[in-house]
Design a protein around this ligand. Structure first.
Ligand code: PLP
Length: 417
């Protein structure tokens, strides 16, 4: 392998562990009596490693496989309806839980896909992204000091959202190479303070799709200990190799305690529109909608019409095509990573690949990511961003939800490494 260029000054600064790992950053000691200071939480918050890599990639004019931005085309019906809605004057606040048309379309979708029944008047919240949906759900249902079980590798926004509300994420490791669930380890992590489990399936960053048996064991624990289950199903249509997404609320006794969180960012390639939703039992929905209202007032009004049109008009073939297209992109990136000597863990769902990068120079995954960017112009994210401190240092995460030309160019560059 040719010697890699030196990493940049910004890159090195970004690799200060205290900047990369919020949990390792010690809050500064304010002088006694000083009131003009940051909150207790603020010193521990840093720009996510995903955003840091995207910024660095943009600065270098590289190909960004770091962020799951999903820059594939927006379905025309979605785009056109949103534009038409702006022109038709749908530009003011909507009802706090979203426009009736979209709530109805979400209800139809949950029935069509999973046989789940929800009341559009009381059991659906159109949120400003799945991210806002999770935040509102945590505000409404959890208290500071509560514990929530989160599978590791985790999606950073899940743990960061919990921490921002002073709720403790308790990490339950999944076992490599296929990220299998150890039901005993999950059970052992439950304490009297445990209130909920977050289940992200298909998962970011591992690409794991929880099997029926694994989902059953999560559900069993929720029933046994009377826990909420927050599901993040945003990649529900990104499932490969003929596998199917199982919505955990469909399991026995789970509808009443499952808070389904999903959205349109990935399915319709509209990450910047900030549109997602929550469906849950009416008992929980009022408080969730209230907290969402408090922060966002409502999801973007005309864009809700675009998403509704997508749900109403796009045929099943559209969703099948998403899976087929991304499976093909997965194959291409898997092959390129193998050729480059970075052994990938082949994902069954979502659109990320965790690959072993022992061969890259750099003591930490963050340094390896920057060295890879400097050498190839391809940005990936340090695996350490998805694990507790000390883990994930030999992994990088690559996103394959890219335009074909960009993905192919990235693959060619990786092969030249
Ligand atoms: N949940 C997961 C697991 C994700 O990977 C992402 C984006 O990368 C999101 C949620 C963000 O969803 P939204 O854009 O709807 O807030």
């Amino acid at each position: 392998m040719p010697e890699l260029p030196v990493v940049t000054r910004i890159a090195l600064e970004n690799n200060d562990p205290a900047r990369l790992r919020p949990d390792m950053a010690a809050p500064p000691d304010p002088a006694p009596g000083v009131r003009l200071r940051l909150s207790e939480l603020a010193p521990g918050t840093v720009q996510s490693e995903i955003r840091a890599m995207s910024t660095e990639c943009e600065r270098m004019g590289g190909i960004n496989l770091a962020q799951g931005v999903c820059d594939t085309p927006v379905p025309p019906v979605v785009e056109e309806e949103a534009i038409a809605a702006i022109k038709a004057g749908h530009n003011i606040y909507t009802r706090l839980d979203g426009i009736g048309r979209l709530r109805n379309a979400i209800v139809q979708k949950q029935r069509r896909d999973y046989g789940l029944t929800y009341d559009p008047e009381a059991e659906v919240l159109v949120a400003s992204g799945a991210t806002a949906g999770l935040h509102a759900a945590c505000m409404a249902l959890l208290n500071p000091g509560d514990e929530v079980l989160v599978f590791e590798p985790f999606y950073g926004y899940h743990t960061a959202t919990l921490k921002s509300l002073r709720i403790k994420p308790v990490l339950v490791p999944l076992a490599e190479p296929d990220w299998a669930l150890d039901a005993d380890a999950l059970r052992a992590a439950v304490t009297p303070k445990t209130r909920a489990i977050i289940l992200n399936t298909p998962a970011n960053p591992s690409g794991k799709v929880f099997t029926r048996e694994e989902t059953e064991s999560v559900a069993e624990l929720c029933r046994e200990h009377d826990l909420f289950l927050f599901t993040d199903e945003i990649y529900e249509y990104f499932v490969y190799d003929g596998q199917r997404h199982i919505s955990p609320a469909t399991l026995e006794g789970m509808r009443e305690r499952t808070i389904i969180i999903s959205g349109f960012s990935k399915t319709f390639s509209i990450t910047g529109w900030r549109l997602g939703y929550v469906t849950a039992d009416a008992r929980w929905m009022g408080a969730m909608s209230y907290f969402h209202d408090l922060t966002y007032v409502c999801a973007p009004s005309p864009l809700q019409h675009g998403a509704a049109a997508g749900l109403e008009h796009l045929p099943p073939a559209f969703y099948a095509q998403i899976a087929a297209d991304h499976q093909s992109k997965r194959e291409r990136l898997v092959a390129a990573l193998r050729d480059a000597g970075m052994e990938p863990s082949v994902p069954v769902g979502a659109y990320y690949i965790l690959a072993r990068v022992d061969r890259l120079p750099g003591e930490t995954a963050a340094l390896k990511a920057r060295n890879l960017l400097a050498a190839t112009g391809v940005a990936a994210v340090a695996g350490s961003a998805f694990f507790r401190p000390g883990r994930g240092e030999n992994l990088l995460r690559f996103c394959f939800a890219k335009k074909n030309a960009d993905l192919d160019e990235a693959c060619a560059r990786l092969r030249r490494l």
